[in-house]
Ligand binder design. Structure first.
Ligand SMILES: *Cc1c(COP(=O)(O)O)cnc(C)c1O
Length: 357
């Protein structure tokens, strides 16, 4: 039986998507050719790219609103650099809520002044800063919607007149937001959309063209837009699997449907973390992530026993990030509610066994 996969990324994908992807590796579209041995300029693949781009915009309700969707390479980490390369003239404001924000800030500093509007670094990124100001004259404001490592999530985005840029790598397509508020959204595929190797970038085209510097072609958003996300050979397999996952999500009922399931999964686990006297959550309750739940055992002497129990229950990927410790249950779109129930049952079982011993 397939494991209950709580891996933080690369992570679980829908079983039917894996099935279709494996078939396409051997014989794509019944063309008697593999998906990964045909030209990316072939009609078969161009259709895949166009479908993936349009599904992304459709699911986010951003069609015909001046946005373009791109599938680029280099991971979300490349976007830390590209965002600043393409949009930072003089100064930009960043919200520092975790490891990934911190890295984005570091990259941006090579291109201009970076204001850290607020940071939760002092408390191990265990909360989301709320009251802070964004300079009116900043070229943009950058934030991370979901902090994959710490397990916090922004519930309410700041109101600002400057362009809003968001790294949504680990919660894109998981909850409904007013996506029109954002001018640029990026997300590495491997958290909630597909295999590693491609990054979705959604750009409101009007924010481009405002910096003076020369931008190398591969790092230039406008060039990728002008070439329909085919400036060079795209990651054909990663784009195809992302397309299949987006189609799967659309067929299920889109973000509004999956958000309900995601909320149920998170409530099930957080209720147990709060109820069970052996466990405690790591981050501020109001900022808890619906995607990545971080928690610890109150008594670390129980670790060996608990680890053995969840592993025997067929659970994979529950260890916390090395910088945080404890446990992290990543509950991305494709993780079934049933898997969360299995984890909760193991937590209850640990409590029962201790009571009886
Ligand atoms: C995983 C992750 C990244 C880094 O993604 P890569 O594709 O490995 O570069 C960036 N931001 C967030 C929020 C992430 O979860």
């Amino acid at each position: 039986m397939k494991k209950h996969n709580f891996s933080a990324g690369p992570c679980i994908l829908p079983q039917e998507v894996l099935q279709k992807a494996s078939e396409a590796i051997i014989n794509f579209n019944n063309d008697d050719l593999s998906l990964i041995e045909i030209s990316h300029r072939s009609k078969s693949f161009v259709n895949v790219m166009e479908k993936a781009r349009s599904l992304a915009l459709e699911l986010l309700d951003l069609e015909n609103k001046g946005y373009k969707a791109l599938f680029l390479q280099g991971g979300a980490s490349m976007e830390f650099l590209m965002v600043a390369y393409n949009l930072l003239n003089k100064k930009a404001a960043y919200l520092n809520t975790g490891t990934w924000s911190d890295k984005a800030i570091k990259e941006a500093k090579a291109f201009g002044e970076v204001i850290e509007s607020a940071s939760s670094k002092d408390k191990g990124y265990s909360y989301i800063p709320k009251d802070f100001t964004i300079p009116e004259d900043a070229d943009f404001f950058h934030c991370t919607s979901n902090n994959t490592v710490a397990g916090t999530q922004i519930k309410e985005f700041p109101k600002t007149n400057v362009p809003l840029i968001c790294d949504m790598s680990s919660d894109i397509f998981s909850r409904q937001l007013d996506f029109e508020k954002f001018d640029l959204i990026y997300a590495g595929a491997q958290k909630n959309m597909g295999p590693a190797g491609t990054t979705l970038v959604i750009i409101k085209e009007e924010v481009l063209g405002k910096v003076e510097r020369h931008i190398p072609s591969m790092l230039n958003y406008q060039i990728h837009i002008d070439k329909d996300s085919m400036f060079n050979t795209p990651s054909v397999f990663a784009v195809y699997v992302s397309m299949l996952t987006l189609q799967w999500l659309k067929d299920l009922g889109g973000i509004s449907f999956i958000e309900k399931v995601n909320n149920k999964k998170a409530a099930l686990l957080y209720n147990e973390i709060d109820r069970n006297p052996l466990f405690k959550g790591i981050v501020a309750k109001e900022d808890r992530s619906i995607m990545n739940a971080t928690f610890t055992l109150k008594d670390s002497a129980l670790k060996e026993k608990f680890d053995k129990m969840w592993q025997e229950a067929g659970i994979n990927g529950l260890n916390g990030h090395r910088s945080v410790g404890g446990y992290r249950a990543s509950m991305y779109n494709a993780l079934p509610l049933y898997s969360v129930q299995v984890l909760v049952d193991v937590m209850k079982e640990l409590e029962t066994q201790l009571k009886n011993s």
